[in-house]
Design a protein. Structure first.
Length: 544
């Protein structure tokens, strides 16, 4: 489209001249700095557009700041004297001292990692021991002039060769058929002794389930990929095999729910999900009936182990927690439940000790730090100290951790709360501003956010379940939807066991293959088939 001749244009040199005139004017200092920042932002946008490398997401980051929990680098923050806040003198002194010596900052280091893994990471590799065909321990050294003898260092050199194969492979057995010329009886040659007459080997079913629910690959893409390998499998067949895996895992899944119900700590959160059959039902629902769909992630602490459970449907996290706690013994004390401040995330039918996510409160100040650098820095530094103290408690008992936080984190948070109250009492902060709302969030949920100061083993945040929900989010991004609620239930079972294995350091591949190879034993004693009870051949012999 041709632009009209009278389209206004902007010359960067004119904007620079305007900035110089602003500095020389009698305008209030804070207003002049604000205008200068706005003009600098405009110049940056113009530069990006001129170079034609400005995506929409990049412009959004420029205009609205980064949308992450990571704080911006000190050098990218506005000057601290542009804020109207009144932080404590100690924080002002610290900021001035850090700003006065920028040359002392260490040079940025490259990110660690080179894309290679140590040999110990290849736990699924087949191990082949190689020995020298000509030499053995005790032989004289073959080097000329050397009188020594060889000994085994017990530290072999490692060479790893990587091979490729289809996700699901196939072997075609051609059994000879003999027929009698008189009675026409047919005699088919038997399969090799080690081959079972089973079309789908457990490894095939596990490969399909892991590819689908471990990576979110849609069935139609997986079917297309299999065809390219020369082993075609229809999408409907792929789903049937995943159903078989879910059916095999169901006894273990139900046992995990019972264990989670009796745990002392529960994390819960929701993420949206799309189920086509439920969306179709929404058109028939009357006004006021619930239409939202979400996948709830629940992480339960079971002694030294973690249990991950998913539930997709119309229920919110709090309602799924209620469903879970119906399995809990009445004589047990109420568990700690961690979640963000949304009321729908907490149980309404059972008593729980409510703990709220401190990371959610912190995140609100990270988002607005560029606009309120001094005030946000004070809050974020205080919360950073609390997280630093928590890092020191990893090897402590629950009682020692509580006492340590009360001694170290308690005074820091008490001083922070007093400062926030003072900002509102002295009308230093507009309550309806983004800073005021972030501070109000802290004050309104202060008791839940500081539960770790009064209850043993109460966590600081809900990050554990948010990391577990990444698997559901990955599936949503790649596969987009579930066709039916039954398909969502199959996914919930398989993904729950996959993520539980990962969180407990167990290979999902080895574990799922083992379960599918011992269906009768696992159904009879599901407690023996839990991921942390799986010990390969040792457990195989114990159950057998």
């Amino acid at each position: 489209m041709k632009m009209p001749d009278d389209t206004p244009s902007t010359n960067p040199a004119e904007i620079e001249a305007l900035i110089v005139r602003l500095k020389q004017s009698n305008l209030d200092h804070s207003d002049a700095l604000l205008l200068e920042r706005l003009l600098r932002l405009l110049l940056s946008v113009i530069t990006l557009l001129q170079h034609k490398n400005a995506s929409i997401s990049r412009l959004k980051r420029w205009l609205f700041g980064p949308r992450s929990d990571s704080r911006s680098k000190p050098g990218s923050k506005p000057d601290s004297d542009t804020s109207d806040g009144h932080p404590s003198p100690s924080s002002q002194t610290d900021s001035q001292s850090s700003d006065s010596s920028p040359s002392s900052d260490p040079a940025p280091q490259p990110k660690p990692g080179h894309g290679r893994h140590p040999a110990s990471d290849f736990k699924g590799a087949r191990v082949v021991d190689c020995t020298d065909p000509m030499l053995k321990a005790g032989d004289p050294c073959p080097s000329s002039g050397c009188r020594g003898h060889l000994y085994d260092t017990n530290s072999p050199a490692i060479f790893i060769q990587l091979t490729g194969q289809p996700i699901v492979g196939a072997t075609r057995y051609q059994q000879q058929v003999l027929r009698c010329s008189a009675c026409l009886q047919r005699y088919t040659a038997p399969l090799p002794e080690a081959v079972a007459a089973q079309k789908y080997d457990p490894t095939a079913d596990v490969a399909i389930a892991l590819t689908k629910y471990g990576t979110g690959l849609p069935f139609y893409r997986l079917a297309r990929l299999q065809t390219s390998f020369g082993v075609p499998l229809a999408a409907s067949v792929l789903f049937e095999r995943c159903e078989a895996v879910a059916d095999a895992l169901l006894p273990v899944f139900l046992h995990l729910k019972r264990l989670a119900a009796h745990s002392d700590l529960l994390y819960a959160d929701d993420t949206r999900v799309k189920i086509l059959s439920s969306l179709k039902e929404n058109k028939l629902l009357s006004q006021g009936q619930r239409r939202g769909l979400q996948t709830t992630g629940i992480v339960a602490r079971c002694g030294p182990h973690q249990i991950v459970l998913y539930a997709s449907g119309r229920r919110h996290a709090g309602e799924n927690i209620d469903q879970l706690l119906r399995l809990r013994a009445e004589e047990l004390p109420p568990p700690i439940q961690m979640g963000d401040a949304l009321a729908a995330n907490f149980s309404t039918q059972f008593e729980t000790i409510v703990a709220k996510c401190l990371a959610h409160a912190r995140r609100q100040f990270v988002y607005i730090e560029a606009n309120f650098p001094v005030e946000c820095a004070l809050v974020l530094d205080a919360l950073g100290k609390v997280y630093g103290f928590d890092a020191q408690t990893k090897q402590m008992s629950a009682a020692e951790r509580l006492a340590y936080h009360q001694q170290q984190s308690g005074p820091v948070l008490k001083e922070l709360k007093q400062w926030i109250d003072q900002q509102f009492d002295q009308h230093q902060v507009e309550p309806n501003s983004s800073l005021g709302k972030a501070m109000k969030y802290l004050l309104n949920h202060w008791e839940g956010l500081t539960r770790f100061l009064s209850v043993e083993a109460a966590p600081l945040d809900n990050n554990l379940v948010e990391r577990a929900l990444k698997l559901a989010v990955l599936h949503r991004k790649n596969a987009l939807f579930y066709k039916t609620e039954h398909g969502a239930a199959v996914s919930d079972i398989v993904m729950s066991l996959i993520e539980t294995c990962r969180m407990n350091g167990v290979s999902p591949w080895d574990y799922l293959v083992w379960v599918l190879s011992h269906l009768r034993e696992v159904r009879g004693r599901p407690q023996q088939g839990l991921p942390w009870n799986y010990r390969g051949e040792a457990l195989n012999q114990q159950i057998a």
